[in-house]
Design a protein around this ligand. Structure first.
Ligand code: PHE
Length: 339
């Protein structure tokens, strides 16, 4: 019985048959149980011997069953691991990741520099009231300087803003000067009725800046521009101011920085002059302050407007402004910050 049992167990290959054999050999109706049950009919001498013998067989079979069972379970686990194996060294499916548009990258850099200096960021609307785009900036209806900015009108009094400067008037009106000076930066899109070519786009970007408070001078303007230019392009950069004209600043200036390509030596980018024009600026005109309810006898300040499109063209040597607006990813991916 024992040898036959052991051989049967050895042959089994699944848990189901193991259970069946266990019931057949060791169950309540099995031969071993029968023998043990029949012990009462045996003589006192026979009883311990038979008992010992039957128990030994029972134990052997039990051990063999347990051994076989765990072996089958082991085999099953191995097979499962084998079939579900994952090769972690295989290259994964890469997920295409975008990045901010190159113009947005320039805007973010400039805005970061100004917010570090305590400027607030004010975002205006691209559809603007004529009053804020012109009148409140000291450009009355018949002012010839309106010709400087060809305009898309939505209605006779609503237009696509030609500049971010309307935010000067809006922020002057809003600001509580008892809490300290107004320091704001306002980036965004602007529109002009220009024919698109390599250097003109009917839609482009500006970053407006304004500081108005007490005792603010042109030296503050120059120092601020110098600091920003140096943070953007390098410590050696200088700023030069040239007289210019804007209706909302008096005096008005155009600011040049040392050509960051040749560092003032003269190259094709700066057309041999060593300088590149980067923005318009000036001291806020008293009329602008007055129209926004700010007393020009107490407060004064400066404003500037720079073009991130031009910045990006100069910085990356882009020759056609239209490239920024074609959404050709082959072009845009060149400005991947991730490198
Ligand atoms: N808004 C002017 C322009 O579009 C730039 C500017 C802004 C000039 C602020 C002076 C002060 O040309």
């Amino acid at each position: 019985l024992r040898d036959q049992g052991l051989a049967d167990i050895q042959k089994t290959a699944d848990l189901d048959s193991i259970n069946k054999i266990r019931v057949r050999l060791l169950g309540k109706k099995g031969p071993i149980t029968n023998v043990l049950r029949g012990m009462k009919d045996l003589s006192a001498e026979e009883r311990p011997q038979v008992g010992k013998f039957a128990n030994q067989i029972k134990q052997d079979l039990q051990a063999k069953l347990d051994e076989k069972k765990s072996q089958i379970e082991d085999d099953l686990l191995q097979a499962k691991l084998q079939s579900e194996k994952i090769d972690v060294t295989l290259p994964g499916t890469s997920v295409a990741q975008g990045q901010p548009h190159v113009i947005q990258q320039v805007i973010d850099q400039v805005v970061d520099i100004f917010t570090d200096m305590g400027y607030q960021v004010a975002v205006g609307d691209e559809v603007e009231e004529e009053e804020y785009n012109f009148e409140k900036l000291n450009l009355p209806k018949d002012h010839p300087a309106r010709d400087m900015q060809d305009t898309f009108y939505v209605t006779p009094s609503i237009l696509m803003r030609t500049q971010t400067s309307p935010m000067q008037a809006r922020m002057l009106e809003k600001h509580d000067f008892s809490k300290g000076p107004l320091k704001m930066i306002s980036p965004g899109k602007v529109y002009r009725r220009d024919t698109d070519d390599a250097t003109h786009s009917h839609q482009f970007h500006q970053i407006e800046g304004m500081v108005v408070g007490k005792h603010i001078t042109m030296a503050d303007l120059k120092g601020t521009l110098e600091l920003v230019a140096q943070k953007l392009f390098g410590d050696q950069l200088q700023v030069r101011l040239r007289p210019s004209y804007f209706p909302f600043t008096e005096p008005s200036v155009e600011a040049d920085i040392t050509c960051f390509n040749c560092m003032g030596k003269g190259c094709p980018i700066c057309k041999g002059t060593g300088w590149i024009e980067v923005l318009g600026a000036g001291m806020t005109h008293p009329n602008v302050l007055k129209m926004s309810g700010v007393d020009p006898n107490v407060y004064g300040g400066f404003a500037f407007g720079l073009g991130p499109d031009r910045f990006a063209m100069l910085k990356y040597g882009v020759e056609d402004i239209r490239d920024f607006y074609l959404n050709d990813v082959r072009f845009l991916n060149q400005f991947d910050q991730k490198g």
